[in-house]
Write a protein of this length. Structure first.
Length: 188
């Protein structure tokens, strides 16, 4: 940068320096205020997926609710049945870009071989789990079952209920509060 100094010797000399400085000012002002422009690359990757209805955030651990057979006398003669309920009622799954999901249900904490059991201390009550209300599609231990979401993979919401059945046994069951926990895996 060049420094310009002037002494006032005559009115013409001052005028010459003032005119030269006046010619430099627009060039300096233009260099300081010239706009700069460029491009910002903005991207997002949206993937197909599912979410449990009512679930606020995507998480690895889902709340599948409970399956409650209710209270019954120790000797009953007809099978007991129940439908799972999520925290806000019937469990539903909303998916976009997914034609079907794979659901598998674990054996539970008290299984013996392929049979699931509810437990109350040392006492056991056998039960089975199904994918449909007609109890014709069992969730066999370790076997996954395909649940259709949308044939064309458009956005859809489906019930993700699990149904249970307890068969009566001769001699009944010991009185108690019975429970079990099974792991459910939904994959797409």
């Amino acid at each position: 940068m060049t420094k310009v100094t002037a002494k006032r010797r005559s009115s013409h000399g001052w005028l010459r320096i003032s005119c030269a400085a006046a010619m430099l000012l627009p060039a300096i002002a233009a260099a300081q205020t010239a706009p700069s422009s460029g491009v910002l690359q903005v991207t997002a990757r949206i993937e197909s997926g599912c979410r449990v209805v009512g679930q606020l955030a995507q998480t690895q651990t889902l709340e599948f609710g409970s399956l409650d057979f209710g209270s019954h006398p120790s000797i009953f003669t007809v099978p007991l049945s129940a439908k799972s309920q999520g925290p806000a009622g019937t469990l539903q799954l909303t998916c976009i870009g997914i034609a079907s999901v794979s659901v598998s249900v674990g054996t539970g904490l008290h299984a013996s071989g392929n049979q699931r059991y509810l437990a109350s201390g040392p006492d056991r009550v056998a039960y089975d789990l199904y994918a449909d209300a007609e109890l014709s599609l069992p969730f066999d231990n370790g076997t996954s079952r395909s649940i259709a979401i949308s044939p064309d993979a458009s956005a859809a919401t489906v019930d993700l209920s699990i149904y249970g059945r307890i068969q009566p046994v001769s001699g009944g069951h010991a009185a108690g509060s019975y429970e079990d926990q099974v792991q459910i895996v939904v994959a797409w």
